[in-house]
Design a protein around this ligand. Structure first.
Ligand code: AP5
Ligand code: MG
Length: 210
């Protein structure tokens, strides 16, 4: 299964990617997590990415395409993968196609901007493993501590309300056109956001025929 998860910032791509990665036993490639790790480690890619990520803009296509091509060549991707947050522009989708990658499905999680803005204020993220929690809808077992790796949870720098608004604008302008791109290829499926993570998982499973 080669699955692309589309959706606005905070739509639940990372949360659902983690669930389906376990269920299907395939890795998730999250460009957001890769870029945040690079920023934390001060690598050349991280230094290049920081100003874009922190202002809610997209990192240049060439940087992201290079990262993803390298990652997809690793052996654990041989049986499939979930792409979370990539492609995010038409040129990125075209780059995947020109590498000969044929995806099975681009699944878009549909959420209104109002729900996103409310939701992002409660997100808590693990700076070490990238896992996402929410103070109300998905609290960690121990307050402020990652269930998966035990690190102290943080609020992502780009979750400040004004940056969330900039990310939403970027999404509508640059990423949403990908729905038409994949619909034209017969690959698009859409799922409406549900009030809980579990209900959204069930909708996605139904859409994918799992
Ligand atoms: P990235 O990390 O990909 O961020 P994003 O797309 O803005 O999405 P998020 O990670 O914020 O949200 P999500 O959809 O994963 O939601 P989550 O599962 O956490 O990218 C960050 C930045 O990196 C970009 O702005 C850009 O600068 C750069 N970048 C990354 N990829 C790039 C690319 N390809 N090209 C160029 N630049 C790139 O859920 C959100 C919250 O809601 C959580 O707290 C969760 O617990 C909760 N939740 C989830 N589902 C539900 C539900 N159904 N009900 C209630 N709560 C829920
Ligand atoms: Mg995410």
């Amino acid at each position: 299964m080669k699955l692309i998860l589309l959706g606005a910032p905070g739509a639940g791509k990372g949360t659902q990617a983690e669930i389906f990665s376990k269920r299907l036993n395939i890795p998730t490639i999250s460009t957001g997590n890769i870029l945040r790790a690079a920023m934390k480690n001060g690598t050349p890619v991280g230094l290049q990415a920081r100003e874009y990520v922190e202002s809610g803009k997209l990192v240049p296509d060439a940087v992201v395409i290079g990262i993803v091509q390298e990652r997809l060549a690793e052996p654990d991707c041989a049986d499939g993968y979930i792409l979370d947050g990539m492609p995010r522009t038409i040129p990125q989708a075209e780059a995947l196609e020109s590498c000969g990658i044929e995806i099975d499905c681009a699944l878009s999680i549909e959420v209104s901007d109002d729900v996103i803005i409310e939701r992002m204020s409660g997100r808590r993220t693990c700076p070490d493993c990238g896992a996402s929690f929410h103070v109300r809808s998905n609290p960690p077992k121990q307050d402020g501590v990652c269930d998966l790796c035990g690190a102290a949870l943080t609020i992502r720098a780009d979750d400040a309300p004004e940056t969330v608004r900039a990310r939403l604008a970027t999404y509508h302008q640059e990423t949403e056109p990908l729905k038409a791109f994949y619909a034209a290829r017969g690959k698009l499926k859409t799922v409406d956001n549900q009030p809980t993570i579990e209900a959204t998982t069930a909708e996605i499973a139904r859409a994918l025929g799992l």
